[in-house]
Ligand binder design. Structure first.
Ligand code: PLP
Length: 410
């Protein structure tokens, strides 16, 4: 009989005396410090370590951007600003957080399919790079440039004619609301030139949550070739070539960590080719979950333990209202369990198959379905790993009116 697939080990958090630690502190003590559950805790040292690993694996000429929609907590963004080379924002609201955090406007870029006129105006005033995703944005940016006496800095987000294979979420290729289709880009570049906007580059984003290095390499190769071809129509030299990201992290049983080494080797080749064919271009990789996802825990407490027809349910004070993704309702087609543990019973031998649920009156409020876990009691701390990205701000906090979750950076 085949043994069921297991989660990748969550070694990033140490265990001492049967208890999970975050930043060297027992989780129960951190919980006492927070004063209540549920909460999200993000580990600074793990953020540092992840960026250091990337710097080690990728060529130094690559600029590393943080796509802050993955986790816009202001303290965390402030930490990331000091670690990475730039911040990618997806709204004027995120732009405000990035600027407050001290990000250099020269290294902020703004993408999104529905930028409102006011947001475009704010972006021009801030002096950030705007990834144009529609012909409509050109006259709006021209008017803002005129009014502010400041030419808008723009790149073109291209909807490529290929997809990122085996991606968790496809965001390019075929008909898409993102970017401008490859075949219309030359006409858009002509309009940008006529409008007097400051053209600075291209942005290609094929997809997200990919664990296969070969698929990422292929998308980067195709994106680079496409940008080279489109650069022939550009009104100015390409300064920024954003090749997207899509680096995934293991969430579900059977998944394992992405192998960065071949990606680094391939990017070294691309950097050399860029030096020859696009000599003014800096290559940018934009990552969200890969930078922050593994550094975060969601922590809640068991408030009841029920047996229903023999099956144990651990009812916690946390659930889908704080962590929609872990409940399986954030775009997943088939529900699978995130890695879950009982933080104060790590490695306990007395185990059972139990389900971890939240307090909401819906069967969708599930944090772990039929998982083999240490036998837990009321008062125990349940943790959901891989929770540093698409957690609180990607969840319907108001649903059912339970208390909000706290977020801390440790
Ligand atoms: C969401 C998004 C990202 C980040 O995606 P991750 O999967 O978190 O790395 C990067 N770039 C763009 C354009 C995005 O929309």
């Amino acid at each position: 009989m085949k043994t069921p697939a297991a989660h990748a080990p969550m070694h990033q958090f140490a265990v001492d005396n049967g208890e999970l630690l975050i930043a060297g502190l027992p989780l129960s003590r951190v919980a006492a410090r927070v004063g209540r559950t549920p909460f999200y805790a993000y580990d600074r040292q793990l953020l540092d370590r992840r960026v250091a690993e990337l710097r080690q694996a990728l060529p130094p000429a690559i600029s590393l951007h943080y796509a802050m929609k993955a986790n816009p907590m202001p303290a965390l963004v402030g930490h990331m600003v000091r670690l990475v080379d730039g911040i990618d924002v997806a709204s004027a609201g995120e732009l405000q957080v990035a600027l407050d955090a001290g990000a250099d406007p020269a290294e902020i870029s703004f993408a999104g399919p529905g930028k409102r006129d006011a947001e475009l105006h704010q972006a021009v005033a801030a002096g950030i790079l705007i990834n144009i995703e529609s012909f409509r944005e050109v006259p709006v940016l021209a008017a803002a440039s005129q009014a502010l006496g400041l030419p808008a800095r723009v790149a073109v987000r291209v909807n490529p004619d290929f997809e990122l294979k085996s991606s968790g979420m496809k965001m390019g290729g075929g008909p898409k609301q993102f970017g401008v289709d490859t075949e219309h880009v030359p006409a858009l570049l002509a309009e940008i030139a006529t409008a007097g906007l400051a053209f600075e580059g291209f942005h290609l984003y094929a997809g997200s949550q990919n664990l296969r290095a070969e698929a990422i390499i292929e998308a980067q190769r195709q994106s680079f070739e496409l940008a080279r071809r489109l650069a022939e129509h550009a009104p100015a030299p390409v300064k920024f070539l954003n090749l997207g990201g899509g680096f995934g992290i293991p969430y579900f049983p059977g998944e394992s960590h992405l192998d960065l080494a071949p990606i680094g080797v391939h990017l070294t080749t691309l950097v050399a080719e860029a030096a020859q064919h696009l000599p003014s271009a800096r290559i940018v990789i934009e990552l969200g979950r890969y930078l922050v996802g593994e550094a975060g825990l969601y922590v809640c407490r068991v408030i009841d333990r029920k047996l229903s027809r023999g099956h144990p349910y651990l009812v916690t004070d946390g659930g889908l209202h704080h962590h929609l993704a872990a409940s399986g309702n954030f775009g997943q087609i088939i529900r699978k369990n995130y890695p879950v543990a009982i933080a104060n019973r790590m490695g306990a031998n007395d185990r059972e198959t139990a389900s971890v649920v939240g307090p909401l009156c819906t069967p969708l409020d599930l944090l772990g379905e039929r998982m083999l876990l240490p036998v837990a009691e009321i008062g125990d701390l349940v943790v959901v790993f891989q929770s540093g990205a698409y957690g609180l701000t990607a969840s319907p906090e108001k649903f059912l009116g339970h208390p909000e979750a706290v977020e801390i950076l440790v």
